[in-house]
Design a protein around this ligand. Sequence first.
Ligand code: ZN
Length: 314
Amino acid sequence: MTADAPAAPVFAAIEAGGTKFVCAVATADGTLLERVRFPTRDPAGTLAEARAFFDAAAQRFGAPRALGIASFGPLELDPRAAAYGRLLRTPKPGWHDADLRAPFASLGVPIALDTDVNAAALAEARWGAGRDADGAPLDSLCYVTVGTGIGVGAVIAGEPLHGLLHPEVGHIHPRRHPGDAGFAGVCPHHGDCLEGLANGPALVARLGHDLGDAPDAHPVWDIEADYLGQLCAQLALTLSPRRIVLGGGVMQHHRLFAPIRARTRHWLGGYLAREQVEDGIDGYIVPPGLGDRSGILGALLLAMRAAGDHRPAA
Ligand code: ZN
């Protein structure tokens, strides 16, 4: 940027994942001016690398107005809690109790923090698959990621959902599929919760090989679609989102959408009596509109909210 160019406000964004970090500097219209990604290592080294990126970027783009962090969890999101901004009982080695905000405090800007999936839900609602027929953002949406874990983020009445903690829907217990009775599940906390039965490692454990080598006709896909259909039905029944976005690595490996939609309708049993979850279900359960940018754009929206700039002209 030259000295006489009009400087658009910039925001700093971090998508903190269990395997990779994405850092970006962006403007309020969702333009990523610069983005880097690097492997997630130990907290000190990884967060220092992120900090170095933002220090260098500030030389080129000016100081950011705020920083948004969209992180894997579980996270302490209560600003009144002593552990605010820290990771809780994550199985990720070395990251338990890691303070995500402290390395960035000396930037001197507001810092907003939320789960990666809540942030992705915000981004999909504003810029992605969460727009109604007129192009306006839907006021309620769930974002589900199915990968190494299963996470669910929710935007309800335009706000990311928090409460006692934040939603941890991946750990509900679905009804067992009759063809899956012998599988113990892989969740270290619960065994056969939804994540333990339907995350990527659970599929690999049943197959004995990578997902990419599984034939389309393998019964594991019907089992997977049933569990994810139960999840979508329970989300529709409990949170009443206007749309459900399904992303994550497992959703890339197979044409799961059609059987998941069918099983969602099965488990709902016609009860909600809404066209969106009956003949219109192809538009209710959808892939991400932002591809792999949902998380980092969600972090940008967190930063914009922290700066008080979260309702700019669309
Ligand atoms: Zn679990």
